[in-house]
Design a binder for this molecule. Structure first.
Ligand SMILES: *Cc1c(COP(=O)(O)O)cnc(C)c1O
Length: 232
């Protein structure tokens, strides 16, 4: 018998509580995202039935097909967390509540064309490249500031914070910690410089490093493997 997803989700909440207790944070500050990319609809249903409400998908086509009947999941909040091609921006702006992986101004311009027809603003996170061979994201603080200015000029887009993926380096988490610390620093700097924008969401931490991310200020952890097991 496979382990029920509710047990996995329960265990992760316990781990979040433990690390919060150890570092003096409140678990209420941390949102748990179930990353359901490559998982079948049945697994999404099981996680939803177990209480998961925030889901992350990394491909527009897959999310559109798999979750076409969103009425089945009335309280679901769905975020895009993967690399987003410009020609998928229109669909993405329709089906996602938030695009976490905004990594270039060209994409902001494209989302600006499609977000107005949603009827409500599209939430976005700006992705910071963590360096050390990380693949995606704005390269540095200057580029992030440019992105903030581009997004602030678009009323249909609403900045909610920053996102990063730690580099996969086997070093007991030191590189991940550096990456998370620079994301927190970048958010603090941007919040001081652009008080009109919201930088309260820090999306950082995955199955292998979410405890470190919480210690460094994460407010949203993106968990795939530890909930669903290895990708099918
Ligand atoms: C796949 C993925 C995750 C989840 O990773 P796990 O290690 O399976 O928890 C989180 N964030 C992003 C951007 C991903 O692509």
């Amino acid at each position: 018998m496979p382990v029920p997803l509710s047990a996995n989700i329960g265990r992760i909440y316990e781990q979040i509580e433990a690390v919060c207790a150890a570092c003096g944070r409140s678990p209420a500050e941390i949102r748990l995202m179930a990353v359901s990319k490559f998982q079948p609809l049945e697994a999404v249903k099981e996680a939803y039935a177990a209480g998961a409400r925030l889901f992350g998908e990394s491909r527009v086509q897959e999310a559109e097909t798999k979750l076409e009947n969103r009425a089945e999941f009335p309280a679901m909040e769905l975020h895009m967390i993967g690399a987003l091609q410009r020609n998928k921006a229109k669909t993405a702006a329709r089906i996602f509540d938030c695009i976490q992986s905004v990594d270039r101004n060209e994409l902001i311009a494209e989302l600006a064309l499609h977000a107005p027809s949603r009827g409500k603003p599209l939430d976005i996170l700006l992705e910071l490249n963590a360096g050390e061979a990380a693949k995606s994201g704005y390269p540095d603080a200057g580029a992030l500031a440019g992105a903030v200015e581009a997004a602030l000029a678009v009323p249909a887009l609403r900045i909610r914070g920053l996102m990063t993926m730690a580099p996969l380096i086997a070093d007991d988490g030191a590189a991940a910690r550096r990456a998370f610390r620079s994301l927190k620093q970048a958010a603090d700097n941007l919040a001081a410089r652009y008080p009109e924008a919201d930088f309260s969401t820090l999306s950082m931490g995955m199955s292998g490093d979410f405890q470190i991310a919480i210690e460094e200020g994460s407010t949203l952890v993106r968990i795939g493997t530890a909930i669903f097991g290895e990708q099918p």
